[in-house]
Design a binder for this molecule. Structure first.
Ligand code: CP
Ligand code: NVA
Length: 311
């Protein structure tokens, strides 16, 4: 039966670790000039309802490096759910392509695509989750020699799609996650409850200093996510005290790293000094999107040997 990657909960810890091993091997191969056309002749459809730099480029370059091809579909091309139903779009695409990656507003669009397509569907970001980013970020930490279960990770900012995927990752990998968000902007209680049921060590608070204290990682993201532009002013006021700056970073361990999924809004959620400073690993994170997503695609396409219709 085909597998999808809509959230980190779709794969077990062992399966995610298989993806890490494959990503490590693919990255080393690529750096040493060893080609690996594992998806030769395969095609990925990429659906974007929102803008993107990293996700678009890394999936497209990734398919190229794997010997396959990627087809980019803009919002105006496909108009999911408007020009035709999500189900019909899925049932067309799976006749032509071997996997679908979609960046959507409503997470239920991804669930519908996955339910109706006989090929694997990958979440390239929804309003609710961004699993490819967080899996790449965990890989980046492992690559630096971190043992994930030993880490204390502070997430400072909005309880958004990134926070939700970090909460899922806490359930899968066992690290301690301390979230600090303004009141009214906390992560969704259901996401937290599900993760805690699976043993996640997650605390949700409102004090960035308390979260940053003794942290191994300080993670932040934009205060205003794609689709929330009308709230930008109000959010700037609400998040004013949630900036990752040198003062906050001093509270973390001296060896701590600073992470951001990007794009960054310099001077808002993070200062130039910190994002350009020696503890920032934001561009390593961006680089690893390529290698980890290649591994995700190879893993999913190779597991899709026994296709089965769901509609
Ligand atoms: N981090 C991330 O997903 O970046 P893009 O929005 O540019 O794809
Ligand atoms: N939370 C951000 C992440 C961007 C990669 C957004 O959804 O816009």
């Amino acid at each position: 039966m085909k597998r999808d990657f809509l959230t980190l909960r779709d794969l077990s810890r062992v399966e995610l670790e298989e993806i890490f091993s494959l990503a490590q091997q693919l990255k080393a191969d690529w750096k040493e000039g060893r080609p690996h056309p594992l998806l030769r002749g395969r095609v990925l459809a990429m659906i974007f309802e929102k803008p993107s730099l990293r996700t678009h480029v890394t999936f497209e370059v990734g398919m190229f490096q794997l010997g396959g091809h990627a087809v980019y579909l803009t919002p105006s091309d496909i108009q999911l759910g408007k020009r035709e139903t999500v189900a019909d779009a899925a049932r067309n695409l799976d006749r032509w392509v071997d996997a679908i990656m979609a960046r959507v507003y409503d997470h239920r669009t991804l669930e519908e695509l996955a339910r109706c397509a006989e090929v694997p569907v990958v979440n390239g970001l929804s309003d609710r989750f961004h699993p490819c980013q967080v899996l790449s970020d965990c890989f980046t930490l492992i690559e630096r020699g971190c043992n994930l279960p030993e880490l204390r990770i502070a997430f400072v900012g909005d309880g958004n799609n990134m926070a939700h995927s970090w909460i899922n990752a806490a359930a899968r990998f066992g690290f301690q996650l301390v979230v600090a968000s303004p009141r009214g902007y906390e992560p969704d209680a259901e996401v937290v409850a599900e993760a805690r049921k699976e043993g996640a060590r997650v605390s949700i608070g409102h004090d960035p200093a308390e979260a940053a204290n003794d942290a191994d990682v300080i993670y932040t993201d934009t205060w205003t996510s794609m689709g929330q532009e009308a709230e930008a002013e109000e959010r700037r006021r609400a998040f004013r005290d949630y900036q990752v700056n040198a003062e906050l970073l001093r509270l973390a361990k001296p060896t701590a790293v600073v992470m951001h999924c990007l794009p960054a809004h310099r001077g808002e959620e993070i200062t130039d000094e910190v994002i350009d400073g020696p503890q920032s690993i934001v561009f390593d994170q961006a680089e690893n999107r390529l290698h980890v997503q290649k591994a995700i695609l190879v893993w999913l396409v190779q597991h899709n040997l026994h296709r089965r219709a769901h509609c």
